[in-house]
Each structure stands twice: as C-alpha cells, then as structure tokens.
Write a protein that binds this ligand. Structure first.
Ligand code: SF4
Length: 467
C-alpha cells in the first residue's frame, strides 16, 4: 500500500536526526526523572513491542507512571485488528487532550498498527493537532530521536511498508520467567479481511543465528519459557534463501534446553508434517497449537482468501491429533463475514463440535478500511451476526468446560508465574497445554515448574493444589 502524498512529503522533509544521537541521549540526563505512561492495545506482537518501547524510553531517563495524570509523556500503542480499535484510540485521545490542557508540555505519541495506516495518520495530522509524534511499527527504535527532535511540532515517522528487520534491540520484559521472541515480522498471506500485511508489512524473517543467540541469552538469564512470535510463524524462513524451515528452527531452539517452548500464530496452510513431528518428538516443545479456523464453510474460506478448505483443515486437525493425542488446540473464528449464510454458519458449528477446541477467540466480522473484504456486499444484519456469535460462544464455552473437566483429579505440571487474582493465598500459572491454573499451597513456587493436582474445572481456568 502506498503512503499518501502528505506522508511521503513529511518523511522526505523531516529533519535529519542523526546529530541527535549524541551524548544527550546516551547519558540519559535529558529526560531524567520525567514520567511516561504507556497504554497498549491488541495482540502479543503489540505487547512485545511495548516491552521494547519501555526499554527505549527508560534508557533516556524516563520512569514509568501507573496513570496518565501528571505524566510528561503519553504513548498509545494501537491495534488495528480488534473490534472498536478506532473508537478506543479516539476515546483515549480525548483523555490526552484533557491532560494537555493541564500540562502544555505533555508529549503525546501514537504508535502501533493503527498509526501505520495512512488514513489514520492523515486524520491525526488534520484533526488532532495536539498529538506530537506518530510513529509506525517499523520505526519504534527511532523513538528516542523523535522525542528529542520534537521541537513543538508534530513529527511523523512512518516508514514505507517494506520495512526492515532490526537486530540488537533490548526489551524491558514484563516477566523474568516467560519471554516473547520475535522470529519474523509482517505477513504475506493477504487474507481479504486482514489489515496486518498493510500495517506490519510483508513477511521478514530474522536470521536463525540471531534468534538462537537471543534464546541462549534468555536461558542463561534464567527464563523458563519462551514463545516464538510472529503473525504466521510457520512460514518462517520462506523469505530468506538458505534459512532454516520453521520445524528445523523449533528443533534447534529445543536443543538449547530451555524448559518450555511455545509459538503463535500458525497458519494451517504452512503447517508441515515435519512441524508435527518436531512437536511430538521433543518434551520441551509444548503440546499447544493455535490453529485459526476462521470459518467452517469452504465457500467463505475462499472469500476470506484463507488457502484451505474445510476438508483440508479437518484432515490437518486429525493428523495432529493422531500423532499428538494430548495436544491442546485453540482457534480463531469470525462470524458474519460478508455473504455468510445460516448454512455457512451451521458448517462452522459443525467443525467446532468435531474439533472440540480447548478454547476459541470468536469475533463478529468488522470491516477494515483498505482491505478487499470491506468492499464485499453484506446483507446480514448486525443483529443476526450477534445472534450467531452468541450461539457459537455457547457451544465453544460448553466444549471448553467439557475439556477442562477431564483434568479434574489429574496431576499436571504448572509453571507458576505470579500471584493469582483469585485470592491472596493463591498463585497461578499455565500447564503445558496452556490451561490457566489457580493453585493453593505454592506461595514459594513463583518461577518454578511444580506438580499440581486439579480439583475443579471452570470454562476458562482450573483450580488445584500443589502436590
Ligand atoms: S495469515 Fe493472519 S496475519 Fe496474515 S493476512 Fe491472514 S489473518 Fe492476517
């Protein structure tokens, strides 16, 4: 997607910032003691980007504030995918404007996927003049310079969509137990409803040597679990000549010896037999697979540009379950895609009942500006779509509970990652199959993998006691 002329002009003319890379940034004194407030919307990619943003702003002296009130810098990391994303951003901007009336020096930054959308950038430039900095998903590393270069004007740094892969980035990680590791950026699949290829750019894999080095360092620092992160992880390496395939990368990561390895998100189209074999053959690759279905109707899948039919998806599901019977499988489903009939929806319900997903993220279709699906004729009313969502969720939740109930009385391994919000004497963590467990009697186990006996099942979590 081409950036509009307005942005092209801004990018060409923006003042060169290289000279600002000097001591003033390095000694961290310019912004020393200033407070920043960071709000993140969206998926794991955004959460991980925010870990990078935290490290960048703290390296130049900022300290984090729990609230926007009294902050010197507010950063909103936006999402363009989730429902109501635009409403959320503009609602947040309203609060920022209010704060700016109290503090004229407040710096307001917008970043993330929505900031990468040219139409949104234009709108911010035109209508939200109190926003100081807008930067895209490819320009996060430039934030310190953008802050320095602000000089009372809106500064825009939205690189063209091709983007790069930046290495040697430091993150202020939210956890010292579990870590995200980006293995690739962007996506080439261009599903007709999805904005990601336009906001995050085409697929760019990191070199495997860099990924493995990062994971070795995380292991040395005591991390117990890493999640390989990307929009379409199992297409890893296909854009780099001579690079490892995703299944080979998994095996090399497994060899490092970190205790738990996960990955999100995989596309059914790229799911190879070698990948199934890698998961089945290694104890430290967790038996948890997120396998987005999106629709159970082959006709709708074609309109979505998903590259598989219902039958191909079910054959893959069977292959995984045959080789890894204990694999927990979760999914994403969109209801009310343009043209979806009640019969199409019934096919989705049929697949859900066959697959008995451990859990599913379900959404009503909402069009994204600039995607092909935005222009498809859509005669189904919102009320009908919401009714389908409601019926789907009833089935999904009943199946989740049924699956969870099978855990009662069993002993499972749980990596305890913190205090539970279900009671002071409880901690929580995840099983190998990614079930959230609230545990009693394990207050001293944070950061450890312990054995837990499951005593109660709910739709979205389990309760248990330390053995
Ligand atoms: S594979 Fe996922 S990220 Fe890529 S275009 Fe399709 S839905 Fe979007």
């Amino acid at each position: 997607m081409k950036l509009p002329n307005l942005l092209d002009a801004k990018i060409r003319n923006r003042s060169k910032v290289e000279y600002l890379e000097a001591e003033v940034l390095k000694d961290g004194s310019l912004f020393k003691g200033k407070r920043y407030f960071l709000k993140t919307y969206g998926c794991q990619m955004n959460v991980h980007d925010s870990e990078l943003i935290r490290n960048l702003v703290e390296s130049i002296g900022f300290i984090e504030s729990e609230t926007m009130e009294g902050a010197d810098l507010v950063i909103l990391n936006t999402c363009a995918i989730r429902e109501n994303a635009h409403d959320k951003m503009y609602g947040f901007l309203g609060r920022c404007k209010h704060e700016k009336t109290k503090n004229r020096n407040l710096i307001i930054c917008i970043c993330g996927c929505m900031a990468q959308e040219p139409s949104v950038c234009e709108e911010i430039l035109e209508k939200y003049k109190y926003v100081d900095i807008v930067f895209g998903t490819h320009n996060i590393h430039e934030l310190p310079n953008l802050l320095l270069n602000r000089m009372n004007k809106t500064d825009i740094e939205v690189e063209s969509i091709e983007g790069n892969v930046y290495e040697n980035l430091d993150y202020k990680r939210d956890s010292s137990i579990e870590a995200w590791v980006n293995i690739m950026y962007g996506c080439d699949k261009f599903c007709t409803y999805c904005i990601v290829p336009y906001t995050r750019g085409k697929q760019r894999s990191r070199k495997s040597s860099r990924i493995l080095q990062e994971i070795k360092e995380l292991k040395d620092r005591g991390y117990k679990e890493i999640t390989l992160l990307g929009q379409n992880v199992n297409a890893y390496g296909k854009d780099l000549e001579g690079e490892l395939s995703f299944s080979d990368l998994l095996l090399k990561v497994s060899d490092i010896g970190i205790e738990r390895i996960r990955f999100v998100t995989s596309h059914p189209w790229d799911f190879s037999d070698e990948m199934i074999e890698a998961i089945a053959s290694r104890d430290n690759i967790m038996p948890y697979i997120h396998l987005p279905l999106q629709s159970g109707s082959s006709r709708i899948l074609k309109l979505m540009g998903r590259r598989y039919t219902k039958e191909e998806y079910l054959a893959l599901y069977d292959k995984i379950k045959t080789r890894i019977p204990d694999a927990a499988i979760t999914t994403d489903i969109i209801v009310g895609f343009p043209g979806e009939t009640e019969e199409d929806f019934q096919e989705t319900l049929e697949v859900v009942k066959k697959c008995k997903y451990d859990s599913a993220f379900t959404f009503v279709f909402s069009p994204r500006v600039g995607t092909p699906a935005e222009k498809l004729p859509d005669e189904t009313t919102l009320k009908e779509k919401e009714d389908r969502l409601h019926r789907l969720n009833e089935v999904v939740n009943a199946l989740s509970l049924e699956t969870n109930e099978k855990y009662v009385g069993k002993t499972v391994k749980v990596l305890i990652n913190g205090q539970s919000d279900k009671g002071e004497n409880k901690v929580c963590g995840y099983t190998e199959s990614m079930k959230l467990v609230n545990v009693v009697g394990a207050e001293d186990s944070i950061g450890k993998i312990i054995e837990v006996e499951i005593t109660e099942a709910k739709s979205f979590s389990l309760n248990g006691v330390k053995k």
